[in-house]
Ligand binder design. Structure first.
Ligand code: AMP
Ligand code: GLY
Length: 417
């Protein structure tokens, strides 16, 4: 379920399994149409999805994005005995309520930024006035990645609080707000599979949110990613598992919200240790596009072990190779942009380039692919190391074209020192 490059990657990986006879994607895109059958059913249409599952005899449902998880899709399907991969509504609160996530972390001693939560605007304002910039203001609920404001001045922080709690630009997501200490350091996205008890780490990745080179410009859904992070090492891996992933899965079990699925920790490596910025209840996008290609184990086996509570019996293996993914976006994204432009060059790429589609649709001419969204493609390659993977991607990117396309030139470009 879903239609982005993350979902194309999941479908591509599932399609490699001998256990996947036929794959349907709702709604999918032009990329998934090449390897699976698209169904024009929206993610919100749980009734329509249920009907399709029953009619087509679908034996396993995999959910990509957070909205259907937060809406309780997994709970509905589980009640009907349909195997589904994703977290329940109660478990998804780790992403859909930042206040819940902060309370959980504080209660169980999981390292995170100091913060206070408010449902009352006047109290929030009073607290904010006692703080000093830089300071971070967050809406409690889902806000399509826009609900976090890192404010450099008190005026900006107050404006953010007003937008969230008074003007309610994120709607009910702004019923509560968080005011949080600003952390500095290096960011990393960590992931783990869990069946509620056993926790198995995935390989981590770095995400590039700003639109332009050198981390300039507005924030986007993500302009590129690479795995593993160049600073990643066994000791960091152990810290992340022992202080964050395992305690969080245990805490969720203790809270009667057993967590089954992928747990995504957005982490900051600060001078005072690794801290959680946020949790998500799903694969990252674009991180999925550079981590799943490194998975050697059959994804169907991983998912079934999670659903059946048998993850402890599975050996999950990862490739040592690095993977780099660069997002090609429509001109103007993340602001306004035009769509409907033909994409050329997709068949002129080197063998080891894999392109995952996001905002694309099948055109009316044979083989034609048109743009249909802001983030259009993630172009990826694996390599013996980051440099090799990066060079392959950037050697092939100029072969792909559509009107006004843009992409960052500095994904996985590691500046030493
Ligand atoms: P989140 O959606 O909570 O991951 O926040 C989005 C982005 O805001 C993160 O990737 C960070 O770059 C930034 N951010 C969030 N919380 C903090 C914080 N406490 N200190 C500094 N930056 C933060
Ligand atoms: N890469 C950010 C996210 O998936 O939320």
């Amino acid at each position: 379920m879903g239609g982005g490059a993350r979902e194309h990657t999941i479908v591509w990986k599932l399609a490699q399994s001998p256990k996947a006879e036929e794959i349907y994607v709702a709604p999918g895109n032009a990329g998934t149409a090449q390897i699976a059958r698209n169904l024009s059913i929206k993610a919100e249409d749980i009734g329509g999805l249920l009907k399709a599952v029953q009619e087509k005899g679908i034996e396993l449902v995999v959910v990509g994005p957070e909205a259907p998880l937060a809406a309780g899709m997994v709970d509905r399907f589980q009640k009907l005995g349909i195997p589904i991969f994703g977290s329940t509504r109660a478990a998804t609160e780790i992403e859909s309520s930042k206040v819940f996530a902060k309370d959980l972390m504080q209660k169980y001693g999981i390292p995170c930024a100091r913060s206070a939560s408010f449902s009352d605007y006047a109290e929030a304002t009073e607290y904010l006035q006692q703080q000093a910039p830089p300071i971070v203001v967050k809406a409690d609920g889902l806000a399509a990645g826009k609900g976090v404001i890192v404010a450099d001045s008190m005026a900006q922080a107050q404006q953010a609080l007003d937008d969230i709690m008074q003007s309610r630009i994120f709607g009910a997501a702004g019923d509560k707000a968080i005011i949080e200490e600003h952390l500095s350091g290096v960011e990393m996205s960590a992931f783990a599979f869990s069946d509620g008890h056993t926790v198995i780490p995935m390989v981590p990745a770095c995400d590039y949110k700003p639109a332009f080179d050198g981390n300039q410009g507005p924030n986007t859904g993500g302009m590129g990613s690479y795995s593993p992070p160049h600073f990643y090492n066994p000791s960091l891996a152990e810290t992340v598992m022992n202080t964050i992933m395992v305690p969080t899965i245990k805490a969720m079990a203790q809270e009667n919200r057993p967590y089954r699925g992928v747990l995504y920790g957005g982490l900051m490596l600060t001078s005072a240790g690794v801290k959680v910025l946020e949790f998500n209840a799903r694969f990252g996008d674009p991180e999925c596009q550079v981590t799943l290609p490194r998975l050697k184990t059959d994804l169907v086996d991983v998912i079934m072990a999670i659903i059946n509570g048998k993850l402890s019996q599975l050996n999950v293996e990862w490739s040592e190779d690095a993977c780099v993914g660069v997002v090609m976006a429509s001109g103007g994204y993340p602001g306004t942009y035009e769509t409907g432009f033909p994409i050329t060059g997709l068949n002129e790429l080197e063998q080891d380039i894999t392109v995952f589609h996001a905002g694309t649709k099948v055109g009316s001419k044979p083989g034609e692919v048109l743009t249909s969204g802001g983030r259009v493609l993630t172009v990826t390659a694996m390599g013996k190391n980051l440099t090799e993977a990066r060079e392959k991607v950037y050697a092939n990117l100029p072969r792909i074209n559509f009107k006004d396309c843009h992409y960052r030139k500095d994904i996985a470009l590691i500046k030493e020192g």
